[in-house]
Design a protein around this ligand. Structure first.
Ligand code: ZN
Length: 240
């Protein structure tokens, strides 16, 4: 029957990176004078996340949406009105302008992309690439990789359970689910889940420990390769 949903549907991958850089565009630089160290820290961006997102997009033949504007100027992984949406350095009077310039176009492009794929009968697997600092507020994080998802979404859960198992079998990276954050908290994938049903949209945030991009080339390259290989195998293993 034309238009009927077959049980096995083609997947369209969408890779995103909301914290890909720590750039402050010229009109806003005055608010970040003397803040170079802050911008280059884990509070300004996710070190290594964009490189990882690029590798995933290339390996999967996927669309990549990313920004290199610092999260301290405008936070793309929070919903509008969230208290962490803007740093205190940014005057309130500019919030609407920043949302219009950076936040809304990003969200619109991503949503349009997902909607178009769903209309074509595809199911979308969205991987939002992030990294986390090894120590936060004096506490050492006990994982190399975090897989964040909403446990109420069966497809996301199945994918992340399979992915974690394959990473455990590989043995080089310790992966935890919904760590160091919960995948169902405020954020981009949570917003998309409200717009798209579980059988059309699978949203996972991949969090990698920043000790890898810090350590530099060879090991970090191996980590990215392992993550991509196990992700692909997890998709085969799980009915997402
Ligand atoms: Zn992030």
């Amino acid at each position: 029957m034309p238009g009927a949903r077959s049980p096995v549907r083609a997947i369209e991958f969408v890779i995103t990176c909301e914290h890909g850089g720590h750039r402050i565009p010229a009109p806003y630089r005055k608010f970040f004078r003397g803040a170079d160290k802050l911008l280059a820290s884990h509070r300004g961006y996710d070190r290594g996340a964009l490189q990882m997102a690029r590798d995933f997009a290339r390996a999967l033949g996927a669309t990549l949406l990313h920004t290199t504007v610092s999260r301290l100027l405008v936070e793309l992984n929070r919903s509008i009105g969230h208290r962490q949406g803007f740093s205190s350095r940014v005057p309130k009077a500019l919030h609407a302008q920043l949302l219009r310039r950076y936040y809304e176009p990003y969200r619109r492009r991503l949503e349009a992309r997902v909607a178009a794929a769903v209309r074509r009968g595809k199911r979308v697997v969205h991987l939002s690439c992030h990294s986390f600092t090894p120590r936060l507020a004096g506490v050492q994080r006990r994982a190399d990789v975090g897989l964040l998802y909403d446990p109420r979404r069966r497809g996301e859960r199945a994918l992340c359970v399979a992915w974690q198992k394959l990473l455990a079998r590989d043995g080089t990276l310790q992966a935890r689910r919904n760590y160091p954050y919960r995948g169902s908290g405020d954020g981009l994938t949570t917003d998309l889940r409200k717009r798209f049903a579980g059988h059309d949209y699978t949203g996972v945030e991949l969090e990698v420990n920043q000790k890898f991009p810090r350590a530099g080339s060879a090991r970090w390259r191996r980590v990215r390769r392992t993550l991509i290989a196990t992700f692909a195998a997890a998709l085969d293993a799980a009915t997402v």
